[in-house]
Ligand binder design. Structure first.
Ligand SMILES: Cc1cc2nc3c(=O)[nH]c(=O)nc-3n(C[C@H](O)[C@H](O)[C@H](O)COP(=O)(O)O)c2cc1C
Length: 194
């Protein structure tokens, strides 16, 4: 995918990328996307984040295995293992585990202090021509992931972001016209279906 500098175009071209080429992603690039993440807003400017950059094949293999179990748990044995083009995490160049400190803040707003950072990371990656996908499915096996990754008490793995050069070109994302999700002055839509 081509790099993108224009911000409006960037939003329209962020896609979920789940398959990557063999091209390595160097440390400078990884640092740059994480640097972008750390410029995100957070509640009380606490910046309660840590990022684990996973490159070790053995570590990726274990994570991949457990992630596949989560996938199976949700989509069932009938779900095609790879027909969706998704690669196993063993083939992903870098996995970035985005963690949030939750000491004393375990409520709905907790996620609000990590997901802006995650989005910054993903948008910066896309601007450079890299692909990412937000994943949270691994949370079904939260304890095992925490053990594999050595995440201490008081911290939560909130998202795992596979990062790499995409396997192919991805077009823009498709979303309905904005009028379909906007109301004026009060809620007027009868019974929205999600
Ligand atoms: C909170 C959240 C959790 C997600 N969890 C997963 C996940 O566990 N695995 C996965 O493959 N994609 C996951 N996604 C990616 C979505 O499926 C993807 O963003 C959506 O289908 C839109 O894709 P598009 O932008 O390419 O159109 C998640 C996205 C969000 C925002």
């Amino acid at each position: 995918m081509k790099p993108i500098n224009d911000v409006a175009t960037l939003f329209e071209n962020q896609r979920a990328v789940r398959a990557f080429s063999d091209r390595p992603v160097d440390d400078t690039t990884v640092t740059e996307v994480i640097r972008a993440a750390t410029h995100a807003p957070s509640s009380q400017n606490a910046q309660p984040w840590r990022f684990i950059v996973v490159r070790d094949p053995a570590q990726k293999a274990v994570m991949s295995e457990v992630y596949e179990e989560c996938f199976l748990q949700v989509y069932g044995a009938g779900a095609p293992a790879r027909a969706d083009g998704r690669q196993p995490w063993t083939q992903v160049p870098v996995l970035i585990v985005c963690c949030i400190g939750v000491q004393g803040r375990p409520n709905i707003a907790t996620g609000a202090s990590i997901y802006p950072a995650v989005q910054n990371l993903m948008l910066r990656a896309r601007s450079l021509g890299l692909g990412t996908v937000m994943t949270t499915l691994f949370r079904l096996q939260r304890d095992r992931f925490h053990e594999i990754l050595g995440i201490p008490e008081g911290w939560e793995a909130a998202a795992i972001i596979p990062l790499g050069w995409p396997d192919r070109n991805y077009g823009p994302n498709h979303r309905p016209p904005v009028d379909e999700v906007v109301m004026r002055d009060r809620w007027t839509e009868p019974q929205p279906n999600l």
